[in-house]
Design a protein. Structure first.
Length: 485
């Protein structure tokens, strides 16, 4: 059945901007403040209040559009999107309709080594809603005892990035969402903390028979707040739709909710159309007409974006594509890596330490890399100490773990823990001769052709040296002694 159908996916990604104040008023834009403490007549929609656009928010959306290759509209317009929810204090949302700030664009993704360009329909500006908390079993409205509304989020600047229906699988949707998140983080327009709601996603998915050009019945899955949830929801919905079509059951255009516990989607409501919202131009806000020279200046100041950084790491530094993806995907990680290389570390070795051992320590501690005690100097020193055989790779791991806990220098930890490798030929020869004399069984096995037996003798040498002997030098010396050369 899989080859008979084609999945078509488009994503609507909502990005809360990291401005100091809200979109149309001077209330603070911060997460975690006491409920209803950052509100005023404007964001509460009280009579007589007037909105004033946030200049930094407008600059941020223009930078997003430029990074995505969008056309920055010479004039755009705010509209009122009318609908009633308890967390919408004005009973309408200031948004954009047919004249968004950014038109068109693209984002390149890579899945299984293949690159695809995904079209961007538009990037428009709006304000966020408040937050309703349903109190009761499960936290859902159907089983709630009562609801609490916090308007702190109402009016926070929100950018919506709408893709074309160019995605063909849950894997591609995941790649697109991850690439967009990395791009937004590189632009420093949002903290993109999904656990705090700074980045959310609605997914539109339909299914059609392979070879057809007309789109199938579209279903929207609302408020997906993690990359994993996005992929799980789309996988479930893809299978549900294909099974329904196979059985001849009709699909209906609707909005569905993804249940994290069951991994399934269920109906929320029939899908609204644009006319249901009764859009009309916001009478209290004039059109936006960005100065062309100002836009050109912002374009010239754009940072290096993740895709370009990945390509540079592979082409110029010789990194593996997967390493480049991890390092380039986060500005703090990229900055850490580049600072390590600037200190003289071999790029490939530095990448290995940062993406493997250090990443493991950071993940276990549940902190961000830039909050860790380990610095680029630590990693650069480790790379150098291993390269000149001052310490072994095993010893280097011990140094990194202690540096992560204490912040002490690599050199100090090496001396304190006695991790410096012994390379003195006289000392190594004495240990090797003793190990050969005390282990005749493995020695005879090696001489009889069982090459793996050498490791047993090598282990005894390392035990005698308390781990301080250089394993490579010991192996060479053992081969010389046991081969008779």
């Amino acid at each position: 059945m899989a080859d008979e159908y084609e999945t078509v996916i488009g994503l609507e990604c909502h990005v809360e901007l990291s401005t100091d104040t809200k979109m149309f008023c001077g209330c603070r834009n911060v997460f975690g403040a006491p409920p209803n403490s950052n509100v005023c007549p404007v964001c509460l929609g009280l009579p007589g209040s007037l909105p004033v656009p946030n200049e930094m928010a407008i600059e941020s959306i223009v930078r997003i559009g430029l990074a995505l290759g969008s056309t920055i509209a010479p004039d755009s317009l705010f509209h009122r999107k009318n609908y009633f929810y308890p967390d919408m204090p004005k009973d309408y949302q200031i948004s954009q309709y047919d004249l968004p700030v950014c038109v068109g664009g693209r984002l390149e993704i890579e899945v299984d080594g293949e690159r695809r360009t995904i079209g961007v329909t538009r990037v428009h500006m709006e304000e966020d809603t408040g937050k309703t908390t349903h109190v009761g079993a499960g936290g859902r409205i159907g089983r709630a005892e009562y609801a609490l509304v916090d308007y702190n989020r109402a009016g926070v600047p929100l950018v919506e990035c709408v893709s074309e229906p160019d995605l063909r699988s849950a894997e591609e949707a995941r790649a697109y969402f991850s690439e967009l998140r990395a791009t937004l983080e590189a632009l420093d327009v949002s903290d993109v903390w999904m656990e705090e709601g700074s980045l959310r996603c609605d997914a539109n998915i339909s299914t059609r028979r392979a070879g057809e050009t007309e789109l199938g019945t579209k279903v929207e899955i609302k408020n997906l707040n993690s990359v994993r949830s996005l992929e799980r929801a789309l996988r479930y919905e893809e299978e549900r739709q294909r099974t329904a079509l196979e059985r001849g059951e009709p699909l209906v255009q609707e909005t569905r909710h993804f249940d994290e516990e069951t991994g399934s989607t269920h109906t929320l409501r029939s899908k609204e159309e644009a006319f249901d919202y009764r859009y009309f131009p916001e009478p209290d806000l004039p059109p936006l007409e960005p100065d062309r020279a100002w836009v050109k200046g912002l374009e010239a100041e754009l940072p290096e974006l993740p895709a370009a950084r990945r390509d540079r790491y592979v082409a110029d530094l010789g990194l593996r594509p997967e390493q480049a993806r991890i390092l380039a995907g986060s500005p703090p990680t990229a900055a850490f890596f580049e600072a390590t290389v600037a200190l003289g570390a071999d790029p490939a070795s530095a990448a290995n330490w940062i993406t493997q051992d250090l990443a493991g320590l950071v993940n276990t501690a549940r902190i961000e890399l830039d909050a860790a005690r380990v610095t680029p100097r630590h990693v650069a020193d480790l790379v150098a100490l291993v390269a000149d055989q001052t310490i072994s790779a095993t010893g280097a791991k011990q140094v990194l773990e202690e540096a992560f806990e204490t912040g002490d220098t690599a050199g100090a930890i090496v001396e304190r823990r006695g991790l410096r490798q012994v390379v003195d030929p006289a000392a190594l020869e004495a240990w090797v001769d003793e190990a050969i004399a005390e282990n005749p069984g493995p020695v005879e096995q090696f001489r009889g052709g069982k090459e793996g037996a050498l490791n047993a003798v090598l282990g005894q040498v390392m035990k005698k040296s308390r781990g301080s002997a250089n394993p490579k030098a010991v192996r060479e010396l053992l081969l010389q002694r046991l081969s008779g050369s």
